[in-house]
Design a protein around this ligand. Sequence first.
Ligand code: FPP
Length: 238
Amino acid sequence: MFFRKKEKYEERVLPTHIAIIMDGNGRWAKKRSLPRSAGHAAGSKTFKTIARYCNKIGIRYLTVYAFSTENWKRPKSEVDNIMNILRDYLKDTDNFKEENIKLQFIGDRGPLAEDIKELMLKAEADSADATGLHLNIALNYGGRDEIVHAVKSIIRNGIGVDDITERTISDHLYTAGQPDPDFIIRPSGEYRLSNYLIWQSAYAEYWFSDVLWPDFSPRDLDRAIDDFSRRNRRFGGV
Ligand code: FPP
């Protein structure tokens, strides 16, 4: 069994950059008559498991949607809860340092609490030399907001109209210098992009599943990657 599995690993084509919309925490909690905070706590555990697993199997980039520009509309208690989960994750630096994971945040940091901004900067600096998985956490992130931000910085940098190419836009996004995601995963039975990486995902493959994010396991990721691998083989020979 083990060898067959190993063989399967070696044969399959791994995505270079996986982006995940971690959806379904609230429904997971509701199904168990638990508060939504329990869903986010469980979702955060899944996030750590999946990030470690991606690192282990050799995925180069993983981007997770932790908090969107629209999520401020949620009750303050829920926003505070998600921010506290993030604080705990960043304070426990073993989460990424021990794992050789390089952390980067994408999104508009402006409205975030000062202590979180400091923790984010520290985590990025502390993990800057890591050579394992490059993990982007999208926080106060919105794809349209990112494009507006890019356009403003292009103008501010005085780049001439005739010098603007697709590459110029890519180079001014939060993900500048990174390969575009080639595989977007959304669990929980929703089939939307929800303003996630809208520029970067132009040529990505998409994969949807009914599994709620807290229940999403490395096995689910393996299934998704197997599908990706098959899709890639179909087009690869042309
Ligand atoms: C969407 O599910 C989930 C979120 C808006 C929050 C995701 C955040 C985490 C999993 C914690 C991440 C932590 C770190 C450290 C990155 P939902 O609440 O919209 O679920 P529902 O659609 O079932 O209500």
